[in-house]
Design a protein around this ligand. Structure first.
Ligand code: EPZ
Length: 417
């Protein structure tokens, strides 16, 4: 079994280069099958979630070649067969094969997707979208069978601006007959990245990045070359680490507008930031002011940074409040932060953090991806050694985390126990 061993209190200095966005890549890889020939996606992070999707592509018969940061996918020989449970269960984003296979072949059979246990995570809005396009959905045991004689454009209102449902409906609608409109669509940068990718293939999508997306169905999609945007959550995670331990820590290859909700909170707390065109430099301050944070859909404060950010509030002078509004069960890191010396209480979806508290190295467990990231940050600031178990969650989403942190002065290694 692998664990992360981190010796805390090391100053972080130097440059961390941000990788391509995991949450874009996990949609782009399944979307590639909509093309009729070679698709090259560059800046794809080498994390286990992207590997798991390549495995599904290969299972279906696609030719997948990985070369350093790029992935070349040729979907010509795909056979549209049932995706077995052991593959779909490896990650949440396997559900993007529903939209892409349905969009290309009008039929898909796959098992319920896996992923982090951070809430109920229903996919009713995805299914409602498929049905509006003319598909029928049958659920047998845990298997979804989605079938359509023909997909026809429709106007679909999402009860919640769901990232996954917005992308899945785009994938299913891109070759449908006529025009599809998604109202109350999600506006996350990953949506824009996926729409650009599909447009590069020849799709006709407008409005991505706003709450109304319009898709005019096309007959054919061709191969293309596409670049993944920088990972705003990885960027935010390391910026938070820098706000705690940084001495001129540079976070490079970012789109600063994508993490504005975070940087504006950091400035409010007294963290020194220099924000450039595609980088930022972060310094730890002597004191941190308390804050109130509520997670929101983009451009609000991202739920995916809530857990790492909470570590920072343990250093604030007084009481900070963090409210999680997207997921029902995203405080599983809290007992471990408290074990390390934090003073955090939870009431419903609100966490109250009393600080400042000193964190002490302990043995802890990553219960999900961003809980794992928060424990890494806590360990970087803690006195002594921290051992983190279940690190497979962390490796699903952070490329070369050990190398990146060691390069800027951290003491972190993966150990086999
Ligand atoms: C994406 O999940 C991300 N995952 C999540 O990141 C992220 O937390 C989330 O968007 C919100 O930003 C990927 O991109 C692979 P949603 P997704 O559909 O698409 C409810 C990480 O740490 N909902 O926007 O699954 C749902 O239960 C991961 O990298 C329905 O009720 O999120 C939740 O409460 C974790 N019915 C809310 O909407 C549906 O059909 C937001 O979900 C769909 C969603």
């Amino acid at each position: 079994m692998k664990v992360l061993e981190i010796t805390g209190c090391q100053e972080l200095k130097g440059t961390i280069r941000i990788s391509g966005a995991k949450n874009s890549s996990v949609a782009l890889i399944p979307a590639a099958i909509l093309a009729d020939d070679d698709v090259t996606i560059c800046n794809v992070p080498d994390v286990t979630d992207t590997d798991s999707l390549s495995e599904i592509l290969e299972f279906l018969g696609a030719d997948v070649r990985r070369a350093s940061e790029s992935i070349v996918i040729n979907p010509k020989n795909i056979i549209n067969k049932e995706i077995p449970e052991e593959l779909s269960q490896k990650l949440r984003a396997s559900y993007y094969f529903m939209g892409s296979l349905l969009g290309k072949y009008n039929h898909v059979e796959m098992y319920f997707p896996g992923g982090c246990s951070i809430g109920a995570r229903p996919i009713n809005l995805h299914l409602k979208g498929f049905e509006a396009l003319g598909a029928t959905v049958k659920i047998e045991d845990d298997k979804y069978i989605v079938d359509a004689k023909e997909l026809k454009g429709a106007t679909i209102y999402l009860d919640f601006a769901s990232v996954g449902a917005t992308i899945n409906i785009m994938l299913a609608a891109v070759k449908a007959k006529g025009t599809t409109v998604i109202d109350n669509a999600a506006k996350e940068p990953e949506i824009v990245n996926v729409a650009t990718f599909l447009n590069n293939m020849g799709a006709k999508i407008t409005g991505a990045g706003t709450s109304r997306i319009k898709i005019e169905g096309v007959k054919e999609l061709k191969g293309c070359f596409h670049e993944v945007i920088p990972d705003r959550i990885e960027a935010g995670t390391y910026t938070i680490a820098g706000a705690l331990m940084g001495n001129y820590l540079k976070i490079d290859n970012i789109i600063p507008e994508h993490i504005e909700a975070l940087t504006s909170k950091l400035i409010e707390m007294g963290v020194e930031l220099e924000i450039g065109e595609d980088y930022l430099i972060v310094n730890r301050p002597n004191k941190y002011k308390t804050v109130t944070v509520q997670t929101q859909v983009f451009p609000g404060f991202p739920t995916d940074l809530q857990q790492p950010f909470m570590v920072l509030t343990t250093k604030c002078n007084g009481k900070s409040i963090i409210e999680e509004t997207i997921w029902e069960n995203r405080f599983m890191h809290v007992p471990y932060l408290n074990k390390m010396g934090a003073n955090i209480t939870i009431a419903g979806n609100k966490a109250t953090i009393k600080g400042p508290t000193e964190l002490i190295g302990s043995e802890v467990e990553a219960t999900d991806l961003r809980a794992g990231a928060s424990l890494v940050i806590a360990a970087l600031t803690a006195k002594g050694k921290t051992i983190i178990h279940n690190i497979e969650h962390i490796l699903r989403g952070y490329e070369n985390i050990v190398e990146k942190l060691n390069d800027v002065g951290a003491k972190i290694e993966i150990k086999e126990i």
